[in-house]
Design a protein. Structure first.
Length: 318
């Protein structure tokens, strides 16, 4: 799962960089009106289509070689992983589908495609890319086709498309945060599951990850005096997971270790956030940075609720 997530992250970040430097829908409309050069816009579409197809095909081919080639192939098989990792990986699929859809939509708008068509292309692109990974899983003996992953992919895409069509903007943005977790005497198990590098841990360690829905308050209360960048952010995370389904495993020496005394838990969070898309810097470099950062929840005071309905306040939570 970590390699697949890394590839998804690279694709998303690539799209954001292109968007931050070149995408400007108003400039496209100005270009059409004042030059009448439809041919140049058509060339943009062909170039963008070629680059997108090549990039994603290359990512999938690299994934197959780097990840699946080391494992035995099988006939099509399914795998029910709904209860794995307290559904954190499902929310990861939801998040990835949303952002791939959004950035692909913006790129096709930059190329001069009509907005609704751009949204449709973005949705199809997101689903084709992510669900192809599920098909690769289906023919691997180690994994299997996950119906719940596919549902999460569709939901993430639908979440973007629904807002884009109903509100013509993203009033609720999906964001991500991560904080390193200390495992102390269980560090060997953590290294085995999540790796020991900072980037690898951020991608793999569900115990340190939080996914957020940042709600832009001004968009729901337009007559208020609230700043248009202020968000109320609702988060979800989990903790004390030392295995996909349970805290029991076999060590490298063959000993069965049972740490069910560590209760696997969920946590729900409430915090403040910024919608950086509402800030309009003139610098394209700053615009690119804002586009990248707007997928990440900023550190802020946070109320944390666990699955026993107990609350705690963190001065800064990330």
């Amino acid at each position: 799962m970590s390699t697949r997530k890394l590839i998804l992250l690279v694709v998303i970040l690539f799209s954001m960089k292109v968007n931050g430097v070149t995408q400007d829908t108003m400039a496209v409309q100005h270009f059409k009106t004042h030059t009448g050069s439809e041919k140049k816009l058509n060339n943009r579409k062909w170039i963008l289509g070629t680059v997108q197809t090549s990039l994603w095909a290359g990512a999938l081919i690299s994934l197959e070689k780097a990840w699946y080639s080391d494992y035995e192939k099988s006939s099509f098989q399914t795998f029910n992983d709904w209860n794995e990792w307290q559904q954190m990986d499902k929310i990861g699929h939801f998040y990835s589908a949303y952002h791939i859809n959004e950035q692909t939509t913006k790129l096709w708008e930059w190329a001069g495609t009509e907005r609704k068509k751009s949204i449709l292309i973005g949705g199809i692109s997101s689903l084709v890319f992510l669900n192809t990974i599920e098909l690769l899983d289906a023919y691997s003996a180690k994994w299997g086709f996950s119906g719940s992953d596919v549902v999460a992919n569709f939901m993430g895409t639908g979440f973007y498309i629904g807002q884009a069509l109903a509100w013509k903007e993203q009033r609720i943005r999906l964001k991500f945060s991560y904080h390193p977790k200390s495992y102390r005497e269980l560090n060997d198990r953590a290294n085995q599951l999540f790796g020991n590098g900072a980037i690898e841990r951020a991608l793999k360690d569900y115990n340190g990850q939080t996914y957020w829905a940042s709600i832009n308050l001004k968009s729901f209360f337009p007559s208020s005096k609230l700043p248009n960048w202020l968000c109320l952010s609702i988060g979800y995370g989990a903790d004390n997971m030392l295995g996909g389904f349970k805290n029991e495993w076999t060590s490298l020496s063959g000993t069965t270790i049972n740490r069910s005394d560590l209760q696997r838990s969920r946590k729900y969070l409430l915090s403040a956030d910024l919608d950086l898309s509402k800030l309009k810097p003139k610098s394209k470099v700053v615009k690119t940075i804002f586009s990248l950062l707007n997928t990440i929840k900023i550190p802020a005071p946070t109320i944390v609720f666990n699955n026993k309905s107990k609350a705690s306040i963190r001065f800064l939570y990330f």
